[in-house]
Write a protein that binds this ligand. Structure first.
Ligand SMILES: *Cc1c(COP(=O)(O)O)cnc(C)c1O
Length: 224
């Protein structure tokens, strides 16, 4: 199946109110252009420098979403153009994004990445850590970031019940944080969850953004 066929098939299987983020990490610009020519405008990348290069070379109406763990010294590469950062996992990173965004005269949309799988290799905040950030004086003073919701990555497992439970919990966290901190903020509305192997479950549990890579572009080759 071509990238275009994959994209159209997936688009048909997800509701209109769910944003499809085509995850193009490691994939060449030709592949992105195939998806672009099939109408896709929202792409996800997990490395700041790779995203910056692709941004420079590709059409300017593409919306770039950062979905990978960010290092403080890489923030500068993406803040000038990024549409949304899904992977804010510390106060330190949020401060770095805010500082750069101020220099660019932008307000950058962000999601907090939550730890829902409790896997060693993954990043993400606990509810307690998230509350500490939202209650901090530093957070209250930031004017150049806007928190639009939460993101989570499900466990790598064949146990679909486990993944479904994690997505359910992320939705519960979202509702709790909305009630406590964003009750009057209509922009706090996004739950980014679901990848190729589990986006159907994520949508059942209330996802508003699915991040799909291999089902669109084929398996990734990390040896290159
Ligand atoms: C790579 C990646 C995806 C997409 O994974 P697929 O299994 O290829 O769909 C989604 N989210 C994050 C955070 C990723 O790093």
């Amino acid at each position: 199946m071509s990238i275009k066929d994959n994209l159209l098939r997936i688009k048909q299987s997800i509701p209109n109110n769910v944003t499809l983020i085509a995850v193009s990490k490691t994939k060449p610009q030709e592949d992105i252009m195939q998806a672009y020519n099939a109408g896709q405008r929202v792409f996800g990348e997990n490395k700041a420098q790779e995203m910056k290069e692709k941004y420079a070379n590709l059409p300017k109406d593409i919306q770039w979403h950062m979905i990978g763990h960010l290092q403080e010294n890489k923030v500068k590469y993406i803040v000038p153009f990024v549409s949304m950062i899904h992977s804010v996992d510390s106060l330190k990173i949020l401060l770095a994004v805010n500082k750069r965004a101020l220099l660019c005269n932008r307000v950058v949309d962000c999601l907090f990445e939550m730890d829902i799988s409790h896997e060693e290799s993954k990043f993400g905040l606990s509810m307690q850590e998230l509350r500490a950030i939202l209650l901090s004086e530093e957070y209250k003073e930031m004017k150049n970031i806007r928190i639009c919701g939460l993101m989570g990555i499900g466990s790598i497992t064949d146990l679909r019940e486990q993944t479904k439970k994690e997505f359910y919990e992320l939705k519960e966290m979202f509702l709790e944080v909305k009630r406590e901190f964003f009750a009057n903020a209509p922009y706090f509305s996004q739950i980014s969850m679901g990848m190729s192997s589990d986006y159907d479950l994520a949508i059942q549990e209330g996802s508003t953004m699915v991040r799909i890579g291999s089902d669109i572009f084929g398996a990734r080759d990390y040896t290159k």
